[in-house]
Design a protein around this ligand. Structure first.
Ligand SMILES: Cc1cc2nc3c(=O)[nH]c(=O)nc-3n(C[C@H](O)[C@H](O)[C@H](O)COP(=O)(O)OP(=O)(O)OC[C@H]3O[C@@H](n4cnc5c(N)ncnc54)[C@H](O)[C@@H]3O)c2cc1C
Ligand SMILES: *[C@@H]1O[C@H](CO)[C@@H](O)[C@H](O)[C@H]1NC(C)=O
Ligand SMILES: *[C@@H]1O[C@H](CO)[C@@H](O)[C@H](O)[C@H]1NC(C)=O
Length: 583
């Protein structure tokens, strides 16, 4: 249907129709994992067709470089690998990925220069001569000298002790996690498919398809309740003499790993986050040898190289480029979008991919007012996909559309702050934790009580045996706190705050889901999406349900597919072979 209120709709339609045959310009705002992976996936989909005129990534920082640590004003990529003075690499942001993270692994496998290595160390054991491997063990500290749980993978009795402590609860969570993992593993093949129902318009569509929607819309606590796993000790604990070996999985282990991974208790994260977090705690986990941020640099250069091989280049056409600018304003128009950095015009684009959280990008999204095109008004984000029925109800008495003046729910949800601190030349003060020196575990994790008692610290982890420790905490740790933990001799190497007014590590899930589509704004609304004009896509929509590197890659690939379909680069196929593959 053609929108009745648009005065120039027929011209608009004609222009849009003509533009079908034209090549398209794509702007990607944000050169982190989401942005660079989107560029690579777009290039793959476009292939030798070379329909995309150009792909431009805007990011004020170098692609695949570390995030700034001194200036918290601009957070930068949440994958940030930095070097200690002796050259060993430490991750300040995302440090590990799970075996089931297929898209991340594929990106690494595509690049012969990249190697998958083991996590929690400051380099590849084989290549770093002076690297002393860290100790073993994971302990959960409850504050005031009390330890809730001690695990040690090298201890032959470890599994038995853990199973005894948590018994049926462990089995139940294990099974649910295994189930979720199997569902999760279906996603890469669905994203490769061109079957019509694999063009997921929203993360919810995808979770629904792999039967993981429910846990994204409930809190992890609710999920655990449903599984009969309680935070209190089981009723039979008191009946067992010398039952000190019994504990609450939910209050101890599950809480500890969610505090490490998301700095949120079970009641805040959603069910899916909880399941993924538990899967991660079981491993196997990996990292990129020499630093995870190489993966981001590689995704970008893979996009450039593939483009060079696939398409003839001339006059700046068919290239994938990085422009070191911070986008401040995006204005939708009849021709697509105009991007600005302050007063400076950055260019006009047919499609824009916002590959950074709305909460953090500090961009004004505007469109010309329907009543006076010289007046700009807020772009109605996340309201673009209203179907015609709903659109009727959003018109005023004269038939003009009524535009919501608020941002979508997903963008009003705050992000949780995490501070990463790295110290070297340190010895963790075992007396502080009321424990023998040789019993001190490699990773000191906490219960909610322990976190409170330790001033917001969620984990202290030895990452090299010669006294390199990494910590996560809610706030910057004071000198006194650090002195209490490590004595006076240590060196503070890095303090990185993922937070502040314009930053944060992962969304505060607030114990529930938010539904948001990947298409934040459709300039062609009213023409029912038949035109190609003005599409604003948002891979980070997926973060509202799950935030990790693989999720970012999934968001990126979902958006690349939607964009390629919109541009007519790929067509949904209807025919399927007997085993479900496309013909
Ligand atoms: C402390 C911490 C630990 C983590 N641990 C793990 C882990 O172990 N495993 C895991 O899988 N995940 C982990 N994560 C999550 C993971 O880092 C993120 O999910 C992922 O990196 C998000 O990537 P992104 O590209 O979507 O966003 P970001 O990394 O936030 O990238 C956004 C980019 O956009 C740019 N940008 C923003 N606004 C603009 C603008 N207006 N103009 C131009 N450019 C702009 C920024 O400079 C930045 O480079 C962790 C995160 C943190 C903070
Ligand atoms: C872990 O177990 C191994 C083997 O039993 C032992 O040598 C080591 O000291 C233990 N570590 C801790 C922290 O208990
Ligand atoms: C999806 O496609 C990519 C690239 O063509 C390939 O490397 C990957 O193995 C495929 N994954 C699945 C699950 O089919």
């Amino acid at each position: 249907m053609i929108s009745p209120w648009h005065p120039s709709c027929s011209i608009f339609l004609l222009l849009s129709w003509l533009s079908l045959a034209e090549s398209q310009k794509v702007a990607i705002i944000g050169g982190g994992l989401s942005g660079t992976f989107t560029s690579k996936y777009l290039v793959d989909l476009d292939g030798k067709g070379c329909n995309l005129d150009s792909i431009t990534i805007f990011d004020p920082l170098p692609i695949g470089g570390p995030a700034p640590t001194s200036d918290d004003d601009w957070q930068g990529s949440r994958v940030s690998s930095v070097a200690l003075p002796d050259g060993r690499i430490v991750e300040l942001g995302a440090s590990v990925f799970h075996e089931a993270n297929q898209l991340v692994k594929d990106m690494i496998d595509n690049d012969p220069a990249l190697e998958i290595g083991t996590p929690f160390n400051v380099g590849n054991d084989a290549t770093i001569q002076h690297h002393v491997p860290p100790r073993e063990g994971l302990g959960i500290y409850d504050g005031d000298g009390a330890w809730a749980y001690m695990g040690n993978k090298s201890d032959p009795w470890n599994t038995v002790k853990t199973v005894l402590r948590y018994n049926m609860d462990l089995y139940r969570v294990d099974r649910a996690t295994q189930h979720a993992l199997e569902s999760f593993l279906e996603i890469p093949a669905l994203l490769n498919s061109t079957a019509p129902d694999t063009f997921f318009e929203s993360p919810d569509d995808m979770w629904q398809r792999v039967q993981l929607l429910k846990p994204t819309h409930a809190s992890y606590s609710q999920l655990l309740d449903a599984m009969g796993i309680w935070a209190e000790d089981s009723w039979f604990h008191s009946l067992i003499p010398h039952g000190g070996y019994l504990g609450s999985l939910r209050r101890e282990l599950l809480t500890a790993i969610n505090l490490i991974n998301y700095n949120q208790p079970n009641s805040h994260i959603n069910g899916l986050v909880g399941l993924v977090s538990f899967a991660a705690s079981k491993g196997p986990l990996y990292s990129v040898v020499g630093g995870n941020q190489q993966m981001i640099r590689s995704a970008f250069s893979q996009a450039q190289t593939n483009r060079r091989q696939n398409c003839q280049q001339g006059d700046g056409l068919n290239v994938v480029t990085h422009v070191a600018q911070r986008v401040t304003t995006v204005i939708g128009s009849m021709d697509g979008f105009e991007l600005f950095a302050g007063q400076e015009v950055l260019g006009t684009f047919d499609a824009v991919v916002l590959a950074a959280p709305l909460q953090q990008c500090r961009i004004q999204f505007l469109i010309p007012s329907q009543f006076d095109s010289a007046v700009l008004q807020p772009m109605p984000l996340a309201n673009a996909m209203v179907d015609t029925d709903k659109a009727e109800s959003q018109k005023d008495h004269e038939g003009h559309p009524v535009l919501p003046d608020k941002l979508p729910d997903c963008s009003r949800r705050p992000f949780t702050q995490v501070v990463t601190t790295v110290v070297s030349g340190a010895t963790l003060n075992h007396e502080h934790f009321h424990i023998d020196k040789d019993k001190l575990p490699r990773a000191v994790c906490v219960t909610e009580r322990g976190k409170e008692k330790e001033g917001g610290i969620t984990v202290i982890s030895e990452i090299a045996g010669d006294g390199v420790y990494k910590m996560f905490s809610s706030n910057v740790l004071s000198e006194d706190t650090l002195k209490g933990l490590f004595g006076p001799g240590h060196t503070v190497e890095f303090v990185k705050t993922w937070g502040g007014p314009h930053g944060g590590a992962t969304p505060d899930y607030q114990g529930q889901g938010v539904s948001v589509g990947y298409l934040l704004y459709d300039g062609a609304t009213g023409l029912e999406g038949h035109t190609k004009n003005g599409a604003l896509y948002y891979p980070n929509a997926i973060e509202t349900a799950l935030a990790c590197m693989e999720a970012s890659a999934i968001g990126a690939k979902s958006v690349a597919k939607l964009l390629a379909r919109r541009f007519g680069i790929i067509q949904p196929s209807s025919r399927k072979s007997h085993n479900g593959e496309e013909l």
